[in-house]
Design a protein around this ligand. Sequence first.
Ligand code: SAM
Ligand code: SF4
Length: 472
Amino acid sequence: MLFDHTKLSKNAVDFVDAAGVDELLAETRFDAKEFEDVLAKSRAKEALTPAETAVLIAGSEKESEAIFETARQLKRDVYGNRIVIFAPLYVGNYCQNDCQYCGFRRSNRESIRQTLSDTQLENEVRAMLRLGHKRTIVVFGEHPKYNADFIAECVRKVYAVREGNASIRRVNVNAAPMDFDGFRKIHEAGIGTYQIFQETYHKPTYARMHPAGTEKSDFLWRLDSLNRAYESGADDVGLGALFGLYDWRYEVLGLVAHAQHLMSAYGCGPHTISFPRLQPAAGTDLSWKYNITEEIFKRLVAILRLSVPYTGLICTARESAEIRRAVMDFGVSQIDAGGRIEIGGYSELGEKQVSEKEQFELGDMRPLDSIIRELLQDGFIPSFCTACYRKGRTGQQFMEFAIPGFIQKLCTPNALTTLEEYLVDYASDETRQVGKAAIAKVLATLPANAQKTELISRLERIETTPERDLYF
Ligand code: SAM
Ligand code: SF4
């Protein structure tokens, strides 16, 4: 045990064992009536328990269509057709851990180590802003260099950068678990979501992947980290599992148990769930990995959609354009786009991927403009909105607001104004045309009222004046 377990949260329990995940997987048999009941509960937008999720998992190929169809409907009801866009910002890849799957692990001699200097950080943010980004997640290896003070300072610096009248409006953080004091510091720096992946909820696999003696080998310290974040004032937290380390079904139930644990302990589930699939990484042998086929991947996304109706689902550019397109239809509500994961990737490296500077390889390297255009052509509304967090509509409050009227009153107008900003300031002519038509189409569906009049006025101001950041 590397960390002082007297400094765990007041809710530090191994909820994975408590949920009896092994037993659920071994003993849940498909039952048509139970299956229908669970789907009905999802349709009513109620979160599922691990036991109910196991009923969906036990369904065969034949039941998959019902799962996809219900997920598609639920996604439309809760999120409408918006897709939130963000981009990662890798700050440093020094790492004292030795996670078997990661290109940044300390035993990987091929990795080129670097931490962005203040100037480089500023250049990276400027380059992101010139592309049109408004939301980012800063990412760090686990190393004494990257302590809470350093991360908090980094967050402040990112917020402070200006490129013309543009700035990053929401900075999320993905970094090693901290203690209470550390979480307080990054909260005070104004972070949006604190995100951390458990990697695997299966303890024997966790132990194999994270060699004893490394910081990350402490399963409970990591499992408890989001409890500590909440107890230190965090507004939003994001959880995740790295699919390919173990049986996907176990990880899905682990994620659902985790969401349920946060809900019952803090009255607020996770803001987002991520489900990255293991990708090739330079200097890293992954021949042992569990094969998560495309079919399984799509199925697990649909099952998660049904299990946690109000939690945003993130699919990163680790996945190909085709897969991302498919899962947005029935589950995913946030994607990164036009992002770089090499240290200095936005401002220093040009278009080529430099694998020795990366943690893993990307599947979707298309520029932001192409992704925005494709989303629009597919009937989605890309959104750079950051309003909820800046208006204090986070955590429990967000859960309360995530109801149909809320989307029409706030999310849709904010999606349209941030999209309009993108179209006016950054888009290619082709994307601008497609985007303008999409905005007109959405406007036509909104009821005539004072808010619509205000929205139209704001869209015009963005088009004709330098005014920006007009959010509801
Ligand atoms: N170092 C911190 C940690 O481990 O929590 C935070 C950042 S780490 C750079 C972000 C995530 O990348 C990890 O939690 C892991 O799930 C994911 N990752 C690592 N290696 C990967 C790979 N080969 N393919 C896909 N994702 C990977
Ligand atoms: Fe380090 Fe995180 Fe990679 Fe593990 S996953 S080696 S902790 S950067």
